[in-house]
Design a protein around this ligand. Sequence first.
Ligand SMILES: [Ca+2]
Length: 482
Amino acid sequence: MKLKLIFLIYFVVLLNVSSKPNVLFIIADDLMKQVSLYGHNEIKTPELNKLAETSTLFDRAYCQYPLCGPSRASMMLSKYPDKTGITFNQAGKNSKVHAKAQAMSLMTMPAYFKSHNYLSVGGGKLYHNNVQEVDIDFDEILANSGHDGEKVKIKQVNVKKTQTLIAEISEEDPFKHKDGVLVKNAINWLKSYENKGSTKPFFMALGFKKPHSPFSCPEQFWDQYEAEEIKLTEVPKPNDILEEYSLSGVNSLLKVHPDTAQFDAYNLPMEKKLEIVHAYSACVTYIDFLVGEVITGLKAANLYDNTIIVFTSDHGYKLGEYDRWAKNTLHEKDSVVPLLIHYPGQSSRVTSKAVVGLVDIFPTLTDLCSLPTPKNIDGRSFMRSLKDPNVAHRDYVRTVLPRTGGESKDKVSGVSIFHREGYRYHHWWRGDYKHVPKAEELMGIELYDHYKNSNSALSIKNIYKESPELTQKLQDLTLKND
Ligand SMILES: [Ca+2]
């Protein structure tokens, strides 16, 4: 009788474990939302479009910091960057995030799944650097060593001996580039998982390096675009802003490549601008191809039907809008990210306008996998919005960005919210995030109507002076600092 009971408990436990869905989490680097997945057909993403037919696409998903390291750390810990103090790239490195997690009694997303009987595997750029060694996050690491732009010799003094050009048409095999190597290893891992017949579900995290610069793309993706059809989205700077904070970071992308270092955003030749747009587009189509390869690998290993798939980016990107390149502003173009989630059994497309943050992904995944909600986090599960486009989530979500410099050389902190009514509001103050400012300390207030009365992430009219009541309402919400 006792033996029978033990067997019964064993099978109940087995059934419970094996019924948990797997998770495939893919994050791109510097991928803006404005690609064909969201109807912007100039940048081709056919594989993601196919996946979206049976997924939920979030139209208003936002990063919590418009730069790699802090955004990823916030997402992995489900905690706002100003609450963890991880507000610069170096603090967003793998080991530092773990140290912070320990100090704040938090767990990272992969570590949490690992501690809840998931087989955790990952590789590539998941934090601010590559995941290279087995650590508290992962049982196994997937390598991604490969091609990432041809090094060229530089003659100037005081610069590195070799650098990569900003763009490259690479003759190297797509599966010999870093992201291709990662995907090949991921597909092989999925095959071996199937063959091993593991009783544990898996959590797989893949961090692509593209479309981050250098824009080195395999030739076949460059050739999917006709040079004469490449266009620049020319958008002037908004009026009435504190430009040194609002649009700082003007030339960082250009300065690190020898063929653009001599220019700034104002005198960059049109030919070079169009080359960057062409190369960025080709890199996006390259990683789109790789997403398709992973999904094919998942299906071939008979794992697709029980796997949650997440695809997103760490922040948005500017390709010349406001005379700026790259990221690192609080504006809508840098803050909004693509976010696609497919859950097991999902057979139709859902487009949700729920306001969500990358900070919400962690508890949403634990909810979908019926795991306990992690403690002490800022994120909230938006699982209900996945299935029903009419279910709202947050009223607003925050994005933060500190600056050092400008005329005063003081430390200046910025915070922005996107409100579900369609407005983006931000302001700045002198000091850091330990100091919650009073209304009279605020400067550089900006308010944009992106979707309430218009339909554009690029509305450039700062309307705060003509909308005092709305400004007050959004400012009050922002000062709550929640
Ligand atoms: Ca990034």
